[in-house]
Design a protein around this ligand. Structure first.
Ligand SMILES: Cc1cc2nc3c(=O)[nH]c(=O)nc-3n(C[C@H](O)[C@H](O)[C@H](O)COP(=O)(O)OP(=O)(O)OC[C@H]3O[C@@H](n4cnc5c(N)ncnc54)[C@H](O)[C@@H]3O)c2cc1C
Length: 294
């Protein structure tokens, strides 16, 4: 049984915000794949909901005038993976969300829900960190935008005020253009499993084939997704060879804080995090040699 006190339906973003201001105890529901599970488990029994499902302006992918890729919050994982703009400019994101759950889940799960639930295991999160994504938010006082690294505040906590909803996620042209990327999800089985730990890396090469820029982000390596800034600095200006890949992966561990959980021990996660970063970089190197972009 789903113990839901009341459900409001909004048709526009502004209507959703108005409903939230009038009903501060209510929470937004998008695909419902997190919310409904919690309600059924009794963790959120008697909840009031504001459904975003009927807000058409919250769906779709577009390229803005400045070249930013904009994904509206209600866009599903399947729509993202199958979208031609995503495939062309940020294919790693399409591949990352394609690792979540099974086909039914990916048809209802939204990118907004995945980001706003603040889970360390969210499959979109490390890749969005590796793209330096921007979160677009609207509240009573209009729009604001913040970098994704400032949006994640802790496990299950994101920077949304009581009257605000996330409207879109944006990836700027300079964050994706000429980068090669890869996402690696380690889970105990290949399908229908939440990540044990994840890693997503974007690399830009100089004309001399050295690493010009790199952004490496890890999931389930701390309470929020983590960038390995010191290890990134180490690799800049260097050749992406096996020795440097191994040194990078080892160095990055200093910046990560994996923990023991029922899913895996801290020691096992540390080994996984070392290995999946190296595997991401090897794929990136091979794609660079083959001439395919992220
Ligand atoms: C069987 C199963 C398997 C799963 N496997 C995976 C997996 O492999 N990888 C993975 O990452 N996740 C997985 N999940 C978790 C879940 O499907 C994802 O987190 C999904 O992206 C949530 O999106 P949703 O639209 O269903 O969110 P909802 O459940 O509708 O909402 C989630 C949270 O975000 C808030 N919210 C939603 N949209 C907005 C918005 N626009 N603005 C503000 N707040 C908002 C809601 O209030 C709620 O707190 C799984 C879930 C299930 C049930």
């Amino acid at each position: 049984m789903y113990d839901i006190k009341r459900i409001y339906e909004a048709y526009t973003i502004d209507e959703a915000i108005k409903l939230k201001v009038e009903n501060p105890e209510a929470i937004f529901i998008a695909g419902g794949s997190d919310v409904l599970v919690k309600i059924r488990e009794g963790k959120m029994a008697g909840q009031e909901l504001i459904s975003l499902q009927l807000i058409d302006e919250l769906r779709g992918v577009s390229l803005e005038e400045d070249g930013s890729l904009k994904i509206e919050a209600l866009t599903s994982f399947t729509e993202i993976t199958e979208n031609d703009l995503v495939k062309k400019y940020c294919k790693t994101l399409g591949e990352a969300v394609d690792t979540a759950g099974g086909p039914q889940l990916r048809n209802i799960a939204t990118i907004g829900g995945n980001i706003c639930n603040g889970a360390p295991s969210a499959d979109s999160a490390p890749t969005l960190f590796a793209f330096d994504a921007i979160i677009e938010i609207k509240g009573e006082n209009g729009y604001r935008e913040i970098p994704i690294k400032e949006f994640y505040l802790g496990i299950g906590k994101v920077d949304l005020k009581s009257d605000e909803l996330m409207t879109a996620v944006k990836i700027r042209r300079e964050s994706y253009e000429n980068y090669y990327g890869h996402y690696y999800k380690y889970a105990m089985r290949n399908a229908m499993d939440i990540a044990t730990s994840t890693c997503s890396i974007n690399v830009k090469f100089s004309e001399g084939n050295l690493v010009e820029d790199i952004r490496a982000a890890y999931g389930v390596a701390g309470p929020v997704p983590v960038r390995a800034y010191k290890a990134e600095e180490f690799l800049k200006g260097k050749e992406l060879n096996e020795e440097n890949i191994r040194s990078f992966s080892k160095l990055a561990l200093d910046e990560l804080k994996p923990r023991d959980s029922w899913r895996a021990s801290k020691d096992f996660r540390t080994q996984i995090l070392y290995e999946i970063a190296a595997r991401c970089l090897r794929v990136i190197l091979a794609e660079h040699k083959g001439g395919q972009n992220a």
